[in-house]
Design a protein around this ligand. Sequence first.
Ligand code: TXA
Ligand code: MG
Length: 362
Amino acid sequence: MSQETTTPEALPPGEAGAGHAQGLLAEAPPPPEPPHIKVANDETIAEGAALLRAGELVAFPTETVYGLGADALNPDAVAKIFKAKGRPADHPVIVHLAAAEGVEAFAREIPDAARRLARQFWPGPLTLVLKRAERVPGVVTGGQDTVALRVPSHPVAQALLAAFGGGVAAPSANKFGRVSPTTAEHVGADFGTAIPLILDGGASPVGIESTIVDLSGEAPRLLRPGGVPVAAIEQVLGAALAPPGEAAPRAPGRHGTHYAPRAHVKLVRRREMIEIVGSHKGRRVAALALEVSLPRLAPALQRVVPAVAAQYAHELYASLRALDATGADVILVEQPPQTPAWAAVNDRLRRAAGAAPASDET
Ligand code: TXA
Ligand code: MG
């Protein structure tokens, strides 16, 4: 959507000729329906657990991003996640558990390294890929012999998992390829009433997805940087993590087309950002700036985020969604520092920037 789009109501009388109006109507978004967002409390969490048991979808907050959950052992329920998201069926999803003890029910041949990482970082933003137990349906694993497991720390996720009493398969609760949601409103914006219940537990504190480590092979491998720093994981393992290789299991979040807003995202240095803002040749430009706002850009078209990695991560997706909603053609993102502390943030920014066609340069 761009601001130039005229709503039919805004047309002067006489210009609302059938053809013209129809063209505009065809482009107009459908009227927003009230999403099924409910503040998380004992009652709504019990309702969520009952929906999961009935094979329905429930969106819920985790400390990283919101998840779109279904009973992990019910293939029909998990299939609904793929349908709602528009996600290809061969992409595996993470199974969320209330406690590390649950791992035995979903994985086999669990290595000592997995136990040590679980002890140190669970509950928390770490996902472990292990060899799957036979009972885990193929729709969860994308037909692979491995399963991704995570024990989230968010109190609402914890309460929902405890009330449900089983594993909950949940990818991030966004439409496939779009920016992950960090609030219940983000989930509502993507799905409307297509999900029977969206539990609202406030903004996700971490703000970007979990770190994924594959422990199903010879050596521990990093599949995705995220909420737990790689250095902290390597310290517990006493060894370096191998980078994702050719033979790594499929992790769609590693592809460039993920975590992308509709607008073209361009990573730039501050000087370049100021130059583009001053000479954007009719394109609608929005910006995500570090610490200091841009002088020649309307406040509504920019977000200023702290140059502290954890705070930046917390605000990143909400900022991208807000800037995307301005109808901007281009979102200029000021390049954060390229130090290890920023690895997960820079990973997501690169993906967001990589999603636009090369011809779409400013
Ligand atoms: O923080 C998170 O991890 C969030 C919250 C909701 O827990 N979840 C999340 O899910 O980011 P999703 O589906 O958007 O990304 C999960 C990633 C995908 O890249 C998927 O391919 C990968 O985990 N994955 C799942 N199972 C896997 C497996 N068996 N082997 C390799 N990668 C796997
Ligand atoms: Mg995702």
